[in-house]
Design a protein around this ligand. Structure first.
Ligand SMILES: Cc1cc2nc3c(=O)[nH]c(=O)nc-3n(C[C@H](O)[C@H](O)[C@H](O)COP(=O)(O)OP(=O)(O)OC[C@H]3O[C@@H](n4cnc5c(N)ncnc54)[C@H](O)[C@@H]3O)c2cc1C
Length: 297
């Protein structure tokens, strides 16, 4: 196995163009497991660790440009206000050691349906910035990024440079079911983001379908119910029947399998429970803010 160690982004793109089968390695928390278990024996490893740019982030007007290798720990420490859903999801990843090494670029590279960043990215709204030496940069909407089980929209000569995640304009939540609190891959997971500016709600489901997915019918139902009842303006409690219907539609968006971590029917049920709970938590938080703003006016 040859080890390629580019010192700059341009060198990394050139190396990937020359060796399209080269496997990029960032934190290595997925790649090294695969190599150690002999699941993968790449001809070339492309080490991205010398490219400082990949560890940086910029907070813009509307979104955060998160370098592909920014570790989860940094997201938890520095981006909690801007990206609360992703920060909560980062908290649930593995252990402090893994969170110090692993990042969102690697999670996207692996594209496991159980990756914790995905539901948060789907709920917040994100675009993946990818680049190749031959064709330059393109932005892939997160909804188009996951193409199959552990497959993504990257071309063989492309690398992920950053992820652009919309800054939170309302409460966000992330919930994960696992056999214990630390060091577990999700049995299933759910992300929810309220977007008061556009009066919409977005969801993300993990580990309950071949790819991470949004529960689009559930979102449409809830958006209509909130609009019709004037909930965004009056800040009233969401009725139990609306929450129940939303939960059922989220369960229906799942297409899970039975595996060692859980059965398909358990996953469907648990996603419904997480959907109802995260809706309650985020809506209570929205109502609290709403009352404070009303009181101040
Ligand atoms: C003990 C343990 C527990 C874990 N628990 C969790 C968990 O709870 N939740 C969870 O989501 N994950 C978990 N993981 C998996 C892993 O930590 C995450 O997927 C992490 O985000 C991977 O990031 P990384 O930087 O280490 O990626 P790497 O291992 O370096 O790379 C992962 C994949 O992405 C590709 N890649 C990396 N960077 C780029 C780039 N810039 N451009 C293109 N491709 C790229 C690599 O080629 C590889 O295919 C766990 C892993 C271990 C070992």
């Amino acid at each position: 196995m040859d080890f390629l160690r580019p010192a700059s982004w341009e060198e990394a793109l050139a190396a990937k163009a020359e060796h399209p089968t080269a496997v990029p390695i960032a934190g290595g928390t997925d790649v090294m497991v695969e190599i150690n278990f002999d699941h993968r024996r790449p001809e070339y490893l492309l080490d991205l660790n010398r490219i400082g740019d990949l560890y940086e982030w910029e907070v813009g007007e509307e979104s955060v440009r998160l370098g592909a290798s920014v570790p989860y720990t940094r997201i938890m420490e520095h981006l909690r206000a801007e990206l609360p859903g992703l920060a909560l999801a980062s908290h649930t990843v593995a252990s402090p050691q893994i969170r110090n090494r692993g990042g969102v670029g690697g999670n996207l590279g692996t594209a496991s349906p159980a990756g914790d960043a995905h539901p948060a990215l789907l709920a917040a709204g994100a675009e993946v910035e990818v680049e190749s030496a031959a064709r330059g940069t393109r932005l892939i909407p997160i909804d188009d990024f996951y193409t199959g089980v552990k497959r993504n929209a990257l071309q063989p000569d492309e690398l992920i440079r950053a992820v652009h995640v919309k800054k939170a304009d309302g409460p966000q939540q992330y919930s994960k079911v696992g056999t214990r609190n630390a060091m577990v891959i999700a049995v299933c997971a759910f992300g929810l983001a309220l977007h008061p500016e556009t009066r919409t709600v977005r969801t993300g489901i993990g580990s309950a379908a071949p790819t991470p997915v949004r529960a689009k019918a559930a979102e449409e139902f809830l958006n209509a119910a909130l609009q019709e009842g004037g909930f965004w303006d009056n800040g009233k409690v969401i009725t139990p029947s609306v929450a129940k219907q939303f939960a059922q539609l989220c369960s229906a968006a799942c297409n899970p399998i039975d595996d060692v971590r859980g059965t398909a029917s358990y996953r469907r049920h648990a996603v419904g429970v997480m959907a109802r709970r995260t809706l309650t938590w985020t809506w209570e938080s929205y109502r609290g803010n709403h009352r404070t703003t009303e009181g101040a006016a």
